[in-house]
Design a protein around this ligand. Structure first.
Ligand code: FMN
Length: 200
C-alpha cells in the first residue's frame, strides 16, 4: 500500500479517532488507497526484549529481527507515504508509538554506521506527515518551546533523512474541542490533496 497510516490511540471515543476517521474519508473521496496500522488494536508490542536490546545496543545485526518488526518493515518498503496520527501525551507521542520507533527503526535498517546506504536499509520515502492532537493551543505550545522540541524530535530525528518531504501538523487546543473542530476539519480536508501529489 502506497499510503500507510500509523495510528496510535487506545479509544474510539477520542478526538484523535475522529480525526483519523475524517482523514480516511478525505483519502477515500480522492480515491487514494491506504492501510491503517492501528497500534493499540494490533496490540503492538512496544517494549524491547533483552535480545532486541543486545541487537541495538551492541549493533549485533546477526541477531534475528522479530516477526512483528519484519512485518512493519515490509509495510514501510511498500509505502511511498507514511502518516503518523496520535495525541500529544507529556509533550511527545504515546509510549506505544515511541516503542514502534524503538523496535521498528532497528540497527542496519533505519540507522547504522555505513556512510553509503546499503540495499537492506529502509527505503527513502516520498512524504512523511505527522498529525498530532494536543490539549494546549498551538500558540501556547510555540510560546513555551514545546512545539519546537516536538518538531525537533519527530521531524529532525525520527523522520530525519528517511523522507524526501516531511511535515508536522499540530492540531492544538483540544481542551475546547468544539472551538477547534471546524478549523481542524479544514486542515484535514486539505491533506488528501497533498498526499495525491506523492502517490500519482
Ligand atoms: C496522559 C496524557 C498526557 C497529555 N499530555 C499533554 C501534553 O503534554 N500537552 C498537551 O498539549 N496536551 C496533553 N494532553 C492532552 C491530549 O493531547 C488531548 O487529550 C488530545 O490531544 C485529544 O484528546 P483525545 O484523547 O480525545 O484524542 C495529554 C492527555 C493525556 C491523556
Amino acid at each position: 500500500m502506497k499510503v500507510q497510516i500509523i495510528y496510535c490511540h487506545p479509544s474510539e471515543k477520542s478526538y484523535t479517532f475522529d480525526i483519523l476517521e475524517q482523514l480516511k474519508s478525505s483519502l477515500e473521496k480522492e480515491k487514494i488507497a491506504f492501510e491503517v496500522s492501528d497500534l493499540y488494536a494490533m496490540n503492538f508490542q512496544s517494549d524491547m526484549t533483552e535480545a532486541e536490546y543486545e541487537r541495538e545496543g551492541f549493533a549485533k545485526t546477526e541477531i534475528s529481527i522479530p516477526e512483528d518488526v519484519k512485518t512493519e518493515h515490509q509495510k514501510i518498503e511498500k509505502a511511498e507515504v507514511l502518516l503518523f496520527v496520535y495525541p500529544v501525551w507529556w509533550s511527545d507521542c504515546p509510549a506505544k508509538l515511541k516503542g514502534w520507533f524503538d523496535r521498528v527503526y532497528s540497527v542496519g535498517y533505519a540507522y547504522g554506521k555505513s556512510k553509503t546506504k546499503p540495499a537492506e536499509w529502509m527505503k527513502t520515502l516520498k512524504y512523511g506527515l505527522v498529525i498530532c492532537t494536543a490539549g494546549h493551543p498551538n500558540e501556547f505550545l510555540e510560546e513555551i518551546g514545546i512545539a519546537e522540541s516536538m518538531r525537533k524530535v519527530m521531524m529532525d530525528d525520527r523522520l530525519g533523512e528517511r523522507f524526501q518531504n516531511k511535515e508536522m501538523i499540530i492540531l492544538g487546543g483540544t481542551l475546547d474541542k468544539e472551538k477547534v473542530r471546524p478549523q481542524h476539519a479544514e486542515i484535514i480536508h486539505t491533506i488528501a490533496g497533498k498526499i495525491k501529489h506523492f502517490t500519482d
